[in-house]
Design a binder for this molecule. Sequence first.
Ligand SMILES: Nc1ncnc2c1ncn2[C@@H]1O[C@H](COP(=O)(O)OP(=O)(O)OP(=O)(O)O)[C@@H](O)[C@H]1O
Ligand SMILES: [Mg+2]
Ligand SMILES: [Zn+2]
Length: 169
Amino acid sequence: MNDENFFKGVYVIDCFSSVIVSERYANIYRISKELIVKLPASIDAVKSERIEDHLKRLFNEALLQKQAYDLGVRVPRVEGIFRIDICNNCKLHKKISVPGLVMEYIPGRHPHNDRGNVLFEELLKVEMSKARNAGFVPGIDSLFNQNIIWDDLRELVHLIDLGCWSVLR
Ligand SMILES: Nc1ncnc2c1ncn2[C@@H]1O[C@H](COP(=O)(O)OP(=O)(O)OP(=O)(O)O)[C@@H](O)[C@H]1O
Ligand SMILES: [Mg+2]
Ligand SMILES: [Zn+2]
């Protein structure tokens, strides 16, 4: 893999970097005030033979998310696929590099306790219709609380995690 051409750049994190969440598929790290990076969960599995699968998956997600953003659907702005160097100078772990999807950090909360709130539900509907009208098929998990971020101060609904979305066309 030719790093220079392939990755948009490099970010360095270590095992003390701030983890937002560690889930079935992804590990999310806050890499700056404005940005997060989505890494494959099983970093150990991201070794030679499976790296192509992870890359394909990340690339699809990045492309789709960029298209959705450009078409006005409220999703995190995509910064790109970066090489993420982990534990470069760590005494506990071996240094490893994995591909990561870097995107805008979206402030707010998951709407666990906001279901039924008229404004929230209305704005969620608007985003879902925008997505469908733009030719996307939102993932089966797109309405799960953990894939939605609600900012009640700014009155914004963001759809996140486009890993299961597809495009009509
Ligand atoms: N851009 C973002 N801004 C703020 N928080 C985020 C962002 N992206 C993800 N998160 C947080 O990280 C969690 C997991 O992210 P995401 O839903 O993308 O991964 P996942 O569900 O593990 O992956 P996938 O469904 O693609 O297998 C989200 O529920 C959310 O809490
Ligand atoms: Mg998710
Ligand atoms: Zn480490």
